[in-house]
Design a protein around this ligand. Structure first.
Ligand code: PLP
Length: 405
């Protein structure tokens, strides 16, 4: 079936919640995907920071096949080894002592919000339930997480919003310090705001937040749904920002493409979740956990983290050089393989130009291009990105000149 036909069937049968590029992807290998008509694309989207090992990684495929043949799902009424081993691995390689598994980033944040409210309630009384989140943040699309998200556009039309969230400007310690009070249960933030346009948290700001939280027994929650799993060059972004949270949420890259989310916490915090307080039917099922276990092992035991770090630096430099050559580029921001390029022009039209030239990139907010390739991206593939952007920006300048004459 050609893409045009698929597009018209999609328009007929699917709820139209997504603005899609006019291509249909049928297979992938490494950092490349292929569409229905056989065209090749270098994938700088990676399922929006999901396919960290690229497409068709043999060890991941094998782990999924093996587990699918053995046991796909049983209830959390029973123990399964992949779930326990995955929790153990995450605990061994992070600040956390315990893990709750779910299926997505939004659900991981839901778990974190419930955990923070329960902790405030149990330790300080029912009053203590408010969570401070950041202006321009993104935490998911469920009702609690759109309330947590400090962006009107994701909330509009879904009011009344769940109460209990207030918003502070990002990277502004004085304002947030003035907002903290007896009701404050937690501060929730992304170490790098991804959806909000790729803004990196200042180390000093985080250090002050940590001290404030410790002093007042307020929980510091890092949403590492996008920044976790090697994306920034370390297993988790907090490792290089010099601050440790009390709760951390993960999803996206954790399963390398299999849906899985996780909420990690320190022992004294996790202890408020007792049997019956939280649950998920699919959360932590053996198939998703076996995939995530394979992803983590490849990341930690292979040279993938190392490569991600090197390629992150290479990408940042390539984009910065591109900025120096083109006036249309206003700023380049990011850490590791999570990079944003703010433009003077509409980013969506550049995304479309990239697709036409065999490159998948994504726009976050109106003027920011976001690059979140698989961690196995190569130097040659990054060179192709820079060449393509250069060609697009040069073309824009020529078209502008033509329009003026
Ligand atoms: C930082 C952050 N948190 C949460 C989410 C929501 O994750 P999901 O779409 O898996 O629910 C996202 C998704 O983009 C995200 O970037």
């Amino acid at each position: 079936m050609p893409t045009e036909e698929l597009k018209s069937d999609a328009a007929k049968y699917l709820m139209e919640t997504y603005a899609r590029q006019p291509i249909s992807i049928v297979r992938g290998r490494g950092a490349k995907v292929y569409d229905l008509e056989g065209r090749e694309y270098i994938d700088f989207v990676a399922g929006i920071a999901v396919n960290i090992l690229g497409h068709g990684h043999p060890d991941l495929v094998h782990a999924i096949q093996r587990q699918a043949a053995q046991l796909i799902h049983v209830s959390n009424l029973y123990y399964t080894e992949p779930q326990v081993r995955l929790a153990q691995l995450l605990v061994d390689h992070s600040f956390a002592d315990r893990v709750f598994f779910c299926n997505s980033g939004a659900e991981a944040n839901e778990a974190a919000i419930k955990l923070a409210r329960r902790y405030g309630h149990d330790k300080h009384g029912a009053e203590r339930s408010e969570i401070i989140t950041m202006v321009n943040s993104f935490h998911g699309r469920t009702l609690a997480t759109i309330a947590a998200t400090g962006q009107e556009k994701v909330q509009k039309g879904f009011e009344p919003l769940m109460p209990g969230f207030v918003y502070a400007p990002f990277n502004d310690f004085e304002t947030i310090a003035g907002m903290v009070g007896p009701k404050t249960a937690a501060i929730l933030l992304e170490p790098i705001q991804g959806e909000g346009g790729v803004h990196v948290a200042d180390r000093e700001y985080l250090k002050h937040l940590r001290a404030l939280c410790t002093e007042q027994d307020i929980l510091l929650i890092f949403d590492e749904v996008q920044t976790g799993m090697g994306r920034t060059g370390t297993f988790f972004a907090y490792e290089q920002l010099g601050v440790t949270p009390d709760i951390m949420t993960l999803a996206k890259g954790l399963g390398g493409g299999m849906p899985i989310g996780a909420c990690l916490a320190r022992e004294s915090v996790a202890a408020v979740f007792t049997p019956g307080t939280h649950a998920s039917t699919f959360g932590g099922n053996p198939l998703a956990c076996a995939a995530a276990l394979a992803v983590c092992r490849i990341l930690l035991e292979g040279r993938v983290l190392e490569q991600a770090k090197r390629m992150g630096e290479y990408l940042a430099k390539g984009l910065a050089d591109c900025k120096d050559r083109h006036r249309v580029v206003r700023e380049v921001r990011g850490l590791g393989l999570l990079q944003g390029m703010e433009l003077d022009i509409d980013a969506k039209s550049v995304v479309a130009d990239c697709v036409a030239r065999g490159l998948l990139v994504n726009a976050t907010s109106e003027r920011v291009l976001r690059f979140v390739p698989p961690l196995i991206i190569t130097q040659g593939e990054i060179d192709r990105l820079i060449e393509t952007l250069t060609a697009i920006f040069n073309q824009r300048v020529l078209s502008e000149k033509d329009a003026r004459h």
